[in-house]
Design a binder for this molecule. Structure first.
Ligand code: ADP
Length: 577
């Protein structure tokens, strides 16, 4: 749990680091690209506003010129005022009415495009600042005003001078609605051009109702900058941005208009003007994320590999240590083994010597008993005879034991001495059968011999040793079978193999011990109880003899049911090595 948490934190740190590094690397191209996008948005907007400014200037200038001409003409020939003003209205559709005021500011004449004029329509411009400016000799635009018909207007004042003396002012009302149509407005969603006067009031907007609301935009820093400083604003300064009346964050550029101290602006939603920036940022973001993911995967794989490496190195070290230990153990074992072999040799020597030394006196004792029993038979009482027979039996068992011990010692020392001769085993088998038929009968056991009808072909074997082996098998069968049991002795030639088996219906070997019957000194528990005498060496010797003939010996047994020993002997061209 702890480990996996640590791995997670480590991975997270790697990921964050990858993002940071890639983000930094991306800045190299993202920043210039964003800058370029901004400046091209600005350039485009400036071009748009410039064009609109040209349109507006052209329209205003045209009206201004035509009024100046008219003012001059009337100044020289006041009688022509009606003709002249009629011409002005004819050629300037935006001018709704034109009139003349004396230097006292009182209007004395008006020509209106749509209405008849009554004296009540004559205005009094004495206090109007623009009127004073006109009297000072400048063509001046007045403030925006909304006519009773809800039309936005501005008034243009042109001084009427004759030979440098001003004796009146020509006054024209311009309907902004007509001016608006002069402005080229780009067909961009939510983008438009607007014009504000020197006080920040919006005087031109494509939507006339926006003009009628008479908004003042001096609260917008960019408007202040252009209106007050008469400077062009490229929209790139952070303070140039504002939230438009539609509640949209606006990208705006602006520039002053030479005529009338107006200022013109082009406003477009930032999301439209700077869509490129958003695309760049999104693209850069995706690049960073994908890159970071790849980097993260690579780093993680590398770390895993490293950890694996460390682990392998540890394992190798461990392995090396274990190897060293094994070599040490092996050495110890080899030494111990050598020592055991030495001891075994000493033991074998002792057994051989002891057995040899025992055999001569034992044979002597056996013959003494036998001679006494055979030659002094008449003189013996039945008790004496029983004692002597017991003694003879014991000495025979002892001789068997000593013989078994000597055989085992010889086998182990490799000097069991085999003499192979080429002959048919038939006689040997028959003789063995005869020997045990009698022993079995004496014990009340049925003895069946199933031997081949004709002598098997000759092969190489050591008759004495093989007889010993057969005797052992048959002896065991008699020994471990109770009276009324059956022993079956079979021999058969199967191709190049001679198969000899001895089966009985005796006590059998417990299932968990069968695998040990050929081991030295092994005696099964039931055998120990059933037949107290026995060395546990017979089958060991047997198996050794069979194997020296390149044969094999096997056992099948069920406790209480019986046992079957089988030996198979191959027929070879030459005697076994
Ligand atoms: P021994 O007969 O002197 O005990 P063996 O080496 O001939 O020694 O046999 C080893 C053991 O194998 C016996 O003690 C006995 O437990 C078992 N054994 C051998 N032959 C038979 C058999 N025919 N029936 C039952 N058990 C047998």
């Amino acid at each position: 749990m702890h480990g996996s948490r640590r791995t997670f934190l480590h991975d997270a740190a790697v990921f964050v680091l990858s993002v940071a590094v890639l983000a930094l690397l991306n800045l190299v191209w993202v920043i210039p690209t964003i800058r370029a996008t901004y400046s091209s948005a600005s350039t485009l907007a400036l071009a748009t506003v410039e064009r609109a400014r040209a349109d507006v200037t052209f329209s205003l200038r045209a009206m201004q010129n035509s009024l100046e001409d008219a003012a001059e003409e009337i100044a020289y020939d006041p009688a022509r005022k009606k003709i002249v003003l009629n011409r002005v209205l004819k050629y300037n559709p935006a001018i709704k009415s034109a009139g003349i005021a004396g230097i006292d500011g009182r209007e004395t004449f008006i020509l209106d495009r749509f209405r008849f004029i009554t004296p009540a329509d004559f205005g009094d411009y004495r206090s109007a600042g623009s009127f004073s400016s006109a009297l000072a000799g400048a063509v001046t635009f007045g403030d925006l005003y909304i006519s009773p018909e809800q039309e936005p207007h501005i008034t243009l004042f042109a001084p009427m001078a004759r030979a440098g003396v001003i004796d009146g002012v020509l006054i024209a009302d311009i309907n902004i609605r007509d001016l608006v149509s002069a402005i080229h407005t780009p067909e961009i969603t939510q983008s438009h051009v607007y014009v504000v006067d020197e006080n920040g009031y919006q005087i031109i907007h494509p939507n006339v109702s926006a003009i009628l609301r008479r908004p003042n935009f001096l609260s917008r820093p960019i408007v202040r900058k252009v209106v007050r400083d008469r400077a062009t604003a490229d929209g790139l300064a952070p303070e140039d941005r504002y939230v438009s009346e539609d509640g949209v964050s606006a990208f705006t550029v602006g520039m002053p208009i030479a005529i009338a101290d107006f200022s013109i602006f082009f406003e477009t939603p930032r999301s439209v003007a700077l869509a490129g920036v958003r695309q760049v940022v999104v693209f850069a973001g995706i690049t960073v994320l994908v890159g970071a993911l790849a980097l993260f995967l690579i780093i993680r794989a590398r770390n895993r590999l490293q950890r694996l490496n460390v682990r392998s190195v540890d394992l190798l070290k461990e392995n090396y240590e274990v190897g060293k230990m094994l070599v040490r153990r092996d050495l110890e074992l080899t030494r111990a083994n050598a020592r055991l072999e030495e001891l075994d040799e000493v033991k074998s020597e002792f057994v051989t010597i002891a057995a040899h030394q025992l055999r001569t006196p034992l044979t002597g004792i056996r013959w003494s008993y036998q001679t006494l029993l055979e030659e002094g038979a008449e003189a013996l009482t039945s008790v004496q005879r029983r004692v002597l027979q017991g003694g003879l039996g014991a000495s025979l068992r002892m001789i068997n034991l000593v013989n078994d011990l000597l055989n085992v010692a010889r086998i182990e020392e490799g000097r069991f001495g085999f003499h192979f001769t080429l002959q048919s085993p038939f006689k040997m088998i028959q003789r063995a059968a005869e020997r045990f038929r009698k022993a079995a009968r004496d014990k009340g056991i049925e003895f069946k011999a199933e031997l081949p009808p004709a002598p098997p072909r000759p092969f190489f074997f050591d008759e004495e040793k093989m007889s010993l082996a057969l005797d052992n098998m048959l002896d065991n069968a008699v020994k471990y079978t109770e009276p009324a049991g059956t022993i079956t002795f079979r021999a058969a030639e199967e191709g190049n193999i001679l198969r000899i088996s001895v089966s009985d219906t005796g006590i059998g070997v417990p299932a968990d011990q069968v695998h040990r019957v050929f081991a030295k000194f092994f005696r099964a528990g039931n055998a120990l109880r059933f037949h107290t005498s026995g060395t546990g060496l017979g089958l060991y010797v047997c198996k050794n003899i069979v194997e020296k003939h390149d044969g094999a010996m096997s056992v099948e047994s069920r406790e209480g049911k019986g046992t079957k020993f089988t030996i198979t002997l191959p027929r070879a061209e030459k005697p076994p090595a």
